[in-house]
Design a protein around this ligand. Structure first.
Ligand code: PEP
Length: 248
């Protein structure tokens, strides 16, 4: 049985005082039985880790380098991410793919790099509106996923998570209907099952794209939706708390 997971992706938002207040609000509430983690901007990870270290809430990063160390100005390595006790590293978020031209193979390399350091990658996949309207959703998602599954080092991957995030639903207020999301989640589960039944049973598939308190429960009720990757609503304490509760 997969344990539900809710991950807050704070993106490039927050401040020391705002982060502290948001987490204090979450820590004061019963978040339910789902696993919960937050991914602040890298600069704030240390302070967030300090505040969360005695709690059940985990933390992670929104991106990391595919390289080990050295002359990569502005980057953070998987070893640094592990050093800060991060549980998760989001890789291949659509904003990274679009704004920073991250390719499927780079995303796979980042996922393997995180995993080798003992940090579970959350591998984001998803189609644009144009691709959905052209009937290419499953093809696009399958290609993004297979870049990792077909990687020569795939066997080295430890714990990892998939996040299905239709690009047209991220930060737009548009949400895939539960049926639309389940169709893609079921497809992803099937692609994982082609590798092995145990992989399909084990890997959690999160939905992301304008998840909020008002729609979380119906999304999480779908058979292959194991929780959420939450952007905007993870910055609002009451919303995030309600989403966590809806997951478990
Ligand atoms: C995200 O950034 O991963 C995301 C899903 O954003 P939002 O919830 O704001 O759509």
């Amino acid at each position: 049985m997969r344990r539900s997971l809710v991950v807050g992706n704070w993106k490039m938002n927050g401040s020391q005082s705002a982060n502290q207040a948001l987490l204090a609000q979450c820590l004061a509430e019963n978040l339910g039985t789902a696993e919960v983690a937050v991914c602040p901007p890298a600069l704030y990870v240390q302070a967030v880790a300090e505040q969360l270290k005695e709690s059940s809430i985990g933390w992670g990063v929104q991106n990391l380098s595919e390289a080990d160390s050295g002359a990569y100005t502005g980057e953070i390595s998987a070893a640094m991410v592990a050093d800060l006790g991060c549980h998760y590293a989001i890789v291949g978020h659509s904003e990274r793919r679009t704004l920073y031209a991250e390719t499927d193979s780079l995303v796979a390399a980042k996922a393997l790099q995180a995993s080798a350091a003992g940090v579970a990658p959350i591998v984001c996949v998803g189609e644009t509106l144009q691709q959905r309207e052209a009937g290419q959703t499953l093809e696009v998602v399958g290609r993004q996923l297979k870049a990792l599954l077909d990687h020569e080092r795939f066997g080295e991957l430890g714990d990892w998570v998939v996040a299905y995030e239709p690009v047209w639903a991220i930060g737009t207020g548009l949400t895939a209907t539960p049926a639309q999301a389940q169709q893609v989640h079921g497809y992803i589960r099937g692609v994982l099952a082609e590798v092995s039944g145990s992989l399909a049973d084990r890997v959690r598939i999160l939905y992301g794209g304008s998840v909020k308190a008002a729609n979380a429960a119906e999304l999480f009720a779908e058979a292959d939706i194991d929780g959420g990757l939450v952007g905007g609503a993870s910055l609002v304490g009451s919303e995030f708390i309600a989403i966590c509760r809806a997951a478990g």
